[in-house]
Design a protein around this ligand. Structure first.
Ligand code: GLU
Length: 411
């Protein structure tokens, strides 16, 4: 089964509990528009490469569509479609006035020079500038992209449509970005982990946590949780995992990565493990914060954590989700867990439209407020309806999108 069909099962499971007409169900499940483009670019060595780029716009009932751009070798139409739909539910769960979209280019960002990345990004925007825009669809960073790509997007888009910083979020702070956007996803994961622990009557101090991934999301999550007194016992990046039973000094690991090309390779203050083994460590909380699909029906029975926080998008396969639920594992779903990123993107976009600069304190306060409300709503609904947090989050999101669709008179 492809990943879109697989992730649709989460949608279907929640939709079955709601009273949706068949037409509405179809409108909400299928993408609104899909664009596939060719990106021929000249590499630094003079060779011409022809890459493929995608933008899938899933739903716009609640506002302009919103979602990141991923530069990764695994990017294909199926993955982008899956992630675009997740954005629709994510923006609805956290109740910001957006729909959902996602895009990407099938390329290994790590193998590219800065100039190559710039050429790819500008060429990609040449091909999709007519379907994005501050009132239509607003890209943002995702795996393999960051504030530099976002600055190039703004510049390239402006060549066609005039100056408009609100066409993209996650821009550099000094160039129409917002303080706190870079930390936002990880900070949000941390805030929500603490909220879940407290709702479940668990103490933070001494809670053991393993985090897979030490990129933007994983590293900021680790920092926030460690500052809050949790014990991070394992971290990892694509080069391998590192485990220390008595806790890893996260600031030291961050320094190490900074001094070693952003990588943990060779970090020797912990036992070296594989990324697969990290998932199966005896910890209280497991946080997958890297690629999707890492927890499957095969490895799920070996997972010992009683709480999983989905910092990555789509890290748990549907079959594995059912096994974990039956085993009493509490899962905080991606559509809520990592929604801090798109939430601060919303603040950035609103700031851009007003030309009013927010302070870091205000960003953090508002993030905390929006995530707190979303968490309580999802928690309450799961208690009332006696469903998992994922089904509860999907039910709330589907209801909101369905209501907006009906009010607009489309079905
Ligand atoms: N790529 C991030 C996500 O998956 C952020 C999207 C955004 O800020 O629009 O939620």
């Amino acid at each position: 089964m492809n990943s879109f069909a697989a992730s649709q099962q989460y949608f279907n499971r929640a939709a079955d509990k709601l009273d949706l007409s068949p037409a509405l169900r179809k409108v909400l499940s299928l993408p609104n528009r899909e664009v596939t483009v060719q990106i021929p670019i000249e590499m630094d060595n003079g060779r011409i490469e022809v890459l493929t780029g995608y933008r899938v716009q899933h739903n716009r009932a609640r506002g302009p569509m919103k979602g990141g751009l991923r530069y990764h070798p695994q990017v294909d139409i199926d993955e982008v479609r899956t992630l675009a739909a997740l954005m629709t539910w994510k923006t609805a769960v956290v109740n910001i006035p957006y729909g959902g979209a996602k895009g990407g280019v099938t390329v290994d960002a790590r193998s590219l020079s800065k100039r190559e990345k710039e050429r790819i990004t500008r060429k990609f925007i040449d091909e999709i500038h007519m379907v994005i825009g501050p009132d239509i669809d607003i890209p943002a960073p995702d795996m393999g992209t960051g504030h530099e790509e976002m600055a190039w997007i703004m510049s390239q888009y402006s060549k066609y449509h005039g100056f408009n910083p609100g066409v993209v979020t996650g821009k550099p702070v000094e160039h129409y970005g917002i303080p706190g956007r870079e930390e936002a996803t990880g900070r949000g994961v941390g805030i929500l982990t603490f909220k879940l622990l407290s709702r479940m009557g668990k103490k933070i101090a001494g809670t053991t946590i393993a985090i897979q991934g030490f990129g933007n999301v994983g590293s900021h999550t680790a920092k926030f949780l460690a500052e809050g007194d949790a014990k991070i016992v394992a971290i990892s990046d694509h080069t391998g995992a590192y485990y220390r039973k008595n806790g890893i000094d996260v600031m030291d690991a961050l320094r190490y990565a900074r001094e070693h090309n952003g990588l943990l390779l060779g970090y020797d203050k912990g036992e070296a493990l594989t990324n697969e083994a990290l998932l199966e460590l005896p910890v209280d909380v497991l946080i997958p914060a890297a690629i999707g699909g890492v927890i499957t029906a095969e490895n799920a029975p070996r997972i010992k954590a009683k709480m999983i926080i989905e910092a990555a998008n789509d890290p748990i396969r549907f079959e594995a989700d059912a096994l974990l639920e039956a085993a009493g594992v509490t899962i905080l779903p991606d559509v809520l867990a990592n929604s801090g990123g798109v939430t601060v993107s919303y603040f950035e976009w609103a700031q851009n439209r007003q030309f009013y600069k927010w302070s870091l304190d205000r960003v953090r306060q508002e993030l905390d407020r929006l995530l707190g409300t979303a968490f309580e709503e999802v928690w309450e609904r799961s208690q009332q309806a006696k469903v998992s947090l994922r089904t509860s989050a999907f039910m709330i999101a589907i209801e909101r999108v369905a209501r907006a669709t009906t009010l607009a008179g489309l079905t």
